[in-house]
Design a protein. Structure first.
Length: 202
């Protein structure tokens, strides 16, 4: 449905229904359903662009009339490697991204993988699927995360989120990160432990 204000927003990849509904209230929304290298032609005439990891905006796209009406780019990304932010600024195109987009998913996957390795989820699953399971055997015991000594390489946003998620399992968490001082790390660990304790209590 066309929006009466004349604004046109182009999404270069499929988006959630809730996002569609929100954007459609303010602009005519076009969601790209072609291949990645075809989106640029489909986006011509759009005022706003909802972009993803496979997209690129360079001086070429901005100075060759390919996106003449473009005024804003909202990137569903943590970084801007594929986007020439300086060129967009010079062209009067605003740019935004999601700095914290991948923190929680990445930390959750790290915990998932750690638990899978410790509890031998993958080999035991393969054992069952192979048809070799014949009943209980003293194998695939694995190890517990409860009270384990855990080391985290890097204490940035993802590392700290890993620490927060680990707090219900153990308070024996060590880290290494040359960019973070010990006081900062200690404060973050204490805050994570307090949050986990409060969550457990409720």
């Amino acid at each position: 449905m066309a929006c009466l204000n004349g604004l046109r927003v182009f999404a270069s990849q499929p988006i959630f229904d809730s996002t569609r509904a929100l954007l459609s209230r303010h602009a005519t929304l076009i969601v790209h359903d072609g291949t990645t290298d075809q989106w640029l032609a489909s986006a011509s005439g759009s005022h706003g662009l909802l972009s993803f990891m496979t997209d690129r905006i360079t001086p070429f796209e901005l100075s060759n009339g390919l996106l003449p009406n473009l005024r804003t780019v909202s990137a569903v990304l943590r970084g801007a490697d594929n986007f020439d932010v300086d060129a967009m600024e010079k062209a009067g195109v605003s740019f935004s991204l999601c700095r914290d987009l991948l923190t929680k998913p990445t930390a959750e996957l790290a915990i998932t993988l750690a638990l899978s390795v410790m509890r031998q989820v993958t080999p035991s699953d393969a054992h069952v699927r192979s048809g070799s399971f014949r009943g209980w055997e003293p194998t695939f015991y694995g190890a517990s995360m409860q009270g384990a000594a855990v080391g985290v390489l890097g204490w940035g946003s993802v590392g700290q989120e890993v620490g927060r998620l680990l707090a219900p399992f153990t308070d024996n968490i060590s880290y290494t990160d040359t960019a973070v001082d010990s006081g900062q790390a200690a404060a973050a660990t204490a805050a994570a432990a307090a949050t986990a304790t409060a969550a457990t209590a409720t």
